[in-house]
Design a protein around this ligand. Structure first.
Ligand code: PLP
Length: 380
């Protein structure tokens, strides 16, 4: 007997549109003030979509600077992006400095300790090694505090030992343009920039870009918006949708009024209806918080998720549809047109970012787009 192919076996199919990612990058670049440039944030495996595909596609479109969170992510990208700048947001953990310089990676120095260790490493190798410097302006996460930044600016033994190629800070509430914290962080960052004259500066991530040209400075650092998340949640999404996730109906069953669905029996049919049981669950990143709140699209119709999400399965009430519409083997759209990543995030009481980064490992992943060429030879 012939073997079935991956598409026939797949419980769910995730399609990732690389052209849409590239279009989103170009869309953002077109909004920048003249002179400002965009780095692409590809941390967490490009927000779950596959950095090994996404980063080369963006590089082919002209992106020259990429950001990861960890050294391992950057090391994995280096062979695919031999000439690009690769920044590592978390900076060097003690003892990893040599790997940064050996692979020409740019650490983001986030604390006096990281600054001192990088400066010591630069002195050891006898070169002013490049690095980015992070100053905290209110997020209280990574970055030098104001006093630490002032101390560094006058400390020639540390600051003179390496080359600061970028000064960054990160906004806490950029998706709410009216919040005064944005301006306050901008002003604090201006003070920090004055301490390090001539060093290019970067403040805005996806939502920060939409605060206006003043916020673009020299570099912006979009991530989520590249992948279709709305950077302006109060307004229509200016970005293209990038992913489509389809789940296969394993079977359709009729139930009577009074019957319950799923673990915990949290949903009870009020009348006779029909259920579609779909082959994706929380092990695939469909969060349990979607229980009795999520939905899928079948044909053109929104069908509600009923009961809890289980590890491998979700159940949808398809009783409103004609019998022929919901049949074993058909697919429902779990994420995509009519059910965007932001909408799924809302239904799951979280944000699109978390939906993307939780996308599971069991899906059949298919890439669409010109950048197929750029991704050739890279194992799925
Ligand atoms: C994740 C991250 C970004 C990208 O943020 P988005 O909101 O996804 O655009 C930019 N800068 C830093 C420091 C980050 O950690």
């Amino acid at each position: 007997m012939p073997m079935s192919d991956a598409a026939a076996r797949a419980g769910a199919v995730l399609t990732i549109d690389l052209d849409a990612i590239v279009d989103n990058w170009r869309n953002l670049v077109a909004r920048l003030r003249p002179g400002a440039r965009a780095a692409a944030v590809v941390k967490a495996d490009a927000y779950g979509l596959g950095a090994a595909r996404v980063a080369p596609a963006l590089a082919a479109a002209g992106c020259t600077r990429f950001c990861t969170a960890t050294l391992d992510e950057a090391l994995a990208l280096r062979p695919l992006l031999p000439d690009a700048d690769i920044l590592v947001f978390s900076g060097p953990f003690a003892g990893t400095e040599e790997e940064f310089s050996a692979h020409r990676l740019l650490p983001v120095l986030n604390s006096p300790e990281q600054v001192a260790a990088w400066a010591a490493h630069a002195r050891r190798v006898g070169r002013r090694l490049p690095a980015a410097l992070h100053v905290d302006t209110g997020l209280s996460r990574l970055g030098l505090g104001a006093a630490e930044a002032r101390a560094l600016a006058v400390d020639r033994t540390a600051f003179g030992a390496f080359e600061a190629v970028l000064l960054i800070s990160h906004l806490a509430i950029a998706e709410e343009p009216a919040d005064p914290m944005n301006r306050s962080q901008f002003d604090r960052f201006a003070e920090a920039r004055a301490l390090f004259p001539g060093v290019p500066a970067s403040l805005a991530a996806s939502s920060g870009i939409f605060l206006g040209p003043d916020w673009h400075l020299d570099w912006v650092r979009p991530g989520a918006s590249l992948y279709g998340v709305n950077p302006t949640p109060a307004q229509p999404n200016p970005m293209k949708q990038v992913i489509e996730l389809k789940g296969r109906i394993i079977l359709v069953r009729d139930i009577d009024a009074g019957q319950t669905v799923g673990y915990g029996a949290t949903w009870r049919a009020t009348s006779k209806t029909r259920l579609a049981v779909v082959a994706a669950g929380y092990a695939d990143g469909m969060l349990r918080s979607l229980a009795n709140r999520g939905s899928a699209i079948l044909g053109e119709t929104r069908v509600p998720l009923v009961g809890r999400v289980s590890m491998d399965l979700m159940v949808f009430d398809v009783g409103a549809l004609p019998a022929a519409a919901a049949r074993a083997g058909a697919f429902v759209t779990l994420i995509g047109e009519g059910n965007t990543v932001d909408q799924v995030g809302d239904a799951a009481a979280t944000i699109g970012y978390e939906i993307l980064t939780h996308l599971g490992r069991r899906y059949l992943r298919e890439w669409r787009g010109s950048a197929d060429a750029a991704g050739r030879g890279i194992a799925r």
